[in-house]
Design a protein around this ligand. Structure first.
Ligand code: F0G
Length: 458
């Protein structure tokens, strides 16, 4: 008999979580204006809002926290991280930042001007936000297969090279300061990008003189999928694959709160000394001196250690296996999800789950609220609220996919928790015909509205 996957660690410290009553949840969600970001964490039983900064640290990471060197300049923890990034990613220059969007802020301050165009594969919302904030345009060139949720494709995160080349041809040279590949592609469902696709995008970028940057928040999970799905990589180690992935890029930003399994941290890395020097000025202005970048020394040490742990095959196998386990339970119940499951989350197709709710009433948000009411489980809407309004017409943008994301924190929950979540969704699925109305906006911010939007029952 083939042995099942199991975690290569055991639990040493636990954190109690409160399993509330439905009547309590009804009061709380109304008081939160039907925005799950407004809930207190003790009003949530299983928190699948994000896999960002919510993972469990290892004893080695806690040891690094104790060893943290808090020197303002030249901290040994910084040097530990610098050596790790050079060794793991092969990038000669790096700047620490307090998280991913801070690294984006530093990089784009050095790179973008109004009117610029930044193509890529479904930029994450903070990435798009930083681009649009600078009056530049983000163009999504993800392959069309990414939106066919019921169709299996090994690399649904891929960028469509023809769409990308069309962008390169449409805009004059100098208008495209960077192309961004997000690995894995969060927006399309934590879907990986193949090595062949990274190589192809890199060649195209080189042909048109455009630097290629990776949004590397989940680079290790991407490497795992390359190893397990792409021909020619089965016998290669995760770190060998990582090094090859980065060899095609000119630089990267990373929210280290994901694959480096830390509660806070990020960085940008690049090969170009001139860019590094230009970005250093913004880093000092926004984040702090270049050897700490808005982080404590102990954070830098935990991050360096986390990068090594996050690129271990056995860990990735158990982590991605747990996500697949939840996905399989939901599929077996007939619940429509993005197939195959991604690296960090299961994405439920709320458009198909709740077709009787008008799309103007935010189907994925409606499902998120139902799931919370059902069992105290918090997911996040990846749909119309997240997509914001069109910056020019101010109309709602209806994305191709209306998804509820269940992001699984790393090393935090057990498979019993996954079974509980699946049972909650099965109960809602069984009574889905009776859910016919959603929510309306009472109040919203002009950009990144999903964090603070206030809703009422439609
Ligand atoms: N890039 C990607 C692909 C991300 O998923 C995120 C964050 C960021 C950049 C920004 O990083 O949060 O450290 O500033 N994603 C989180 C999520 C918030 O829930 O998916 P950050």
């Amino acid at each position: 008999m083939e042995l099942p996957f199991a975690e290569p660690y055991k639990i040493k410290v636990i954190e109690p979580i409160y399993r509330s009553l439905r009547s309590e949840r009804e009061t709380w969600i109304e008081a939160a204006r039907f925005n799950l970001f407004n809930l207190r964490s003790d009003q949530v039983y299983i928190d699948l809002l994000t896999d960002s900064g919510t993972g469990a640290l290892s004893q080695m990471q806690w040891s690094e926290i104790m060893l943290g060197d808090e020197s303002y300049a030249g901290s040994l923890s910084y040097h530990k991280l610098r050596d790790t990034i050079q060794q793991l990613l092969g990038m000669p220059y790096f700047l620490p930042a307090h998280q991913g969007r801070a690294a984006e802020n530093v990089l784009f301050s050095a790179m973008l001007s109004p009117g610029d165009v930044v193509p890529g594969n479904s930029h994450f919302d903070t990435t798009k936000g930083h681009i649009e904030f600078r009056k530049a345009i983000a163009i999504d060139c993800t392959i069309d297969e990414a939106t066919a949720t019921d169709q299996w494709h090994p690399f649904k995160g891929n960028v469509d090279l023809e769409k990308l080349e069309a962008v390169f041809q449409k805009y004059p040279q100098g208008k495209i300061p960077v192309c961004i590949l997000t690995i894995t592609n969060n927006t399309s469902g934590g879907q990986p990008v193949s090595m062949e696709n990274i190589r192809g995008a890199s060649a195209l970028c080189r042909k048109y003189g455009v630097p290629l940057f990776l949004d590397a928040a989940r680079f290790a999970e991407n490497a795992y999928f390359i190893k397990t799905r792409e021909q020619g990589y089965a016998d290669k180690g995760i770190r060998e694959i990582v090094l090859e992935m980065f060899s095609y890029a000119d630089g990267a930003t990373m929210s280290s709160k994901k694959d480096a399994i830390v509660n806070i941290g990020g960085f940008m890395a690049c090969r170009d000394k001139a860019l590094y020097e230009k970005a250093s000025v913004f880093n000092i202005m926004f984040e702090g001196f270049i050897t700490y970048g808005g982080l404590a020394g102990r954070d830098l040490g935990a991050l360096a250690q986390g990068l090594m742990e996050g690129t271990e095959y056995d860990y990735l196998d158990a982590r991605i296996g747990q996500v697949a386990y939840l996905g399989k339970m939901l599929s077996d119940y007939g619940i429509p999800i993005q197939q195959p499951t991604g690296g960090h989350a299961v994405f439920i197709d709320a458009g198909k789950f709740l077709p009787h709710v008008p799309k103007e009433q935010f189907r994925a948000q409606t499902l998120a609220i139902e799931l919370y009411l059902q069992g105290g489980v918090r997911g996040v809407e990846i749909g119309t609220l997240l997509a914001d309004r069109d910056p020019v017409t101010r109309q709602n943008r209806y994305p191709a996919l209306e998804l509820l994301r269940l992001a699984i924190p790393r090393r935090a929950y057990t498979n019993n928790h996954m079974e509980y979540v699946a049972a909650c969704l099965k109960n809602i699925f069984d009574q889905r015909e009776s859910i016919t109305s959603g929510y309306a906006i009472v109040n919203e911010a002009p950009i990144m509205r999903h964090f603070t939007v206030e809703l009422k029952k439609a």
